[in-house]
Design a protein around this ligand. Structure first.
Ligand code: PMV
Length: 320
């Protein structure tokens, strides 16, 4: 009745933004991401009949804020009549700051809870279970370049390229470490209901998915860079045009973009992407990663830098 799993966060290159079914948390669009190697969340789930309620500790401290979402995730995986759980989480990067901490947390929880409950679920089943808690979490179940396909009634995952076959490096520039002001579910709903660009965002997504898929299959960095930056800026334009506007950026976010643009002008292989937070992720060719790291570290307003290669999907560490 006890299992531990590890998962890494993933960074979307073609973004998921918007839900077509809020109750089942189904995305309005497909997406493509890369799974990181060096940032991780470990989840230990112990189902215990003697417990009266679920308990969660994150990095050694009791956490009641995240607990309701994790309890719902356990209900999805093990059924609402399950034994209550003691959940112990360890995470080596800032939580809820636009670094996909929820993706790695829910991917690891789904894998650990499924094992602790004695289920032997397929990746497709785990993907749909994890996806109900966090739309992007399903992508952390697999490694390398992962496509999340949006089907009529569910979602499906597909590895486009293994992590070792195109070993890009991600440099994350932290510009603000605190938790974000508006959570992604609330922000997506505001966009869906009020942004004049939302419908065209959804309608044009297949084009970007197909361009990115083709670039990844052929390992064409320039093509991937162009479509990923375009898709990211398009997603933020949808947010900015919402009422009220949703602006996750700060002035250092913009300065990091200028740093990346300058590096590109010097022939350095890098491109940016930004999620629901002010951090900038620069995806780099391995030989250019050190240059990008130094340039972002020297950019005003960057408080910290994290570097990661690409890694594998979620996995069980201990369990039955
Ligand atoms: O899975 P959520 O609800 O945390 O939403 C993720 C949204 C983005 O990070 C902005 C884009 C993505 O595809 O990961």
């Amino acid at each position: 009745m006890r299992a531990t799993a590890i998962a890494q966060p993933n960074i979307a290159l073609i973004k998921y933004w918007g839900k077509r079914d809020l109750s089942r948390n189904l995305p309005a669009v497909g997406s493509i991401s890369i799974t990181l190697r060096d940032l991780f969340t470990e989840m230990n789930v112990e189902l215990d009949d003697s417990l009266r309620s679920d308990k969660l500790s994150v990095n050694g401290s009791i956490d009641s804020k995240m607990l309701p979402r994790l309890s719902s995730c356990l209900d999805e995986v093990a059924g609402a009549n399950r034994a209550r759980a003691n959940i112990v989480s360890k995470c080596n990067f800032p939580i809820a700051a636009g670094l996909a901490s929820s993706a790695s947390a829910f991917a690891a929880t789904t894998v650990a809870a499924s094992n602790a409950a004695g289920r032997s679920s397929t990746v497709a089943e785990l993907a749909n279970l994890a996806g109900r808690s966090s739309g992007s979490a399903a992508r952390s179940l697999l490694g390398g370049f992962v496509e999340l396909e949006n089907r009529d009634e569910d979602i499906a995952l597909n590895v486009l390229q293994e992590c070792d076959s195109w070993p890009l490096v991600v440099v994350v520039a932290i510009t603000e470490a605190g938790p974000k002001a508006v959570g992604s579910t609330e922000a997506m709903e505001i966009s869906r209901k009020t942004s004049p660009f939302y419908t065209s965002w959804v309608e044009r997504q297949d084009e970007d998915l197909s361009t990115a898929r083709d670039a990844i299959m052929r390992r064409d960095f320039e093509q991937l860079a162009a479509v990923a930056e375009h898709n990211c800026l398009k997603m933020h334009s949808v947010m900015w045009a919402s009422r009220p506007p949703i602006v996750y950026w700060n002035s250092a976010t913009m300065r990091c973009l200028q740093t990346v643009r300058k590096l590109q002008g010097e022939g350095i292989g890098t491109f940016f992407t930004i999620d629901a937070g002010p951090q900038v992720k620069a995806v780099c060719l391995p030989e250019d990663a050190a240059t990008v790291q130094a340039a972002l570290a020297a950019t005003a307003g960057v408080s910290d830098i994290m570097v990661s290669g690409l890694g594998d999907g979620a996995r069980l560490v201990t369990g039955a």
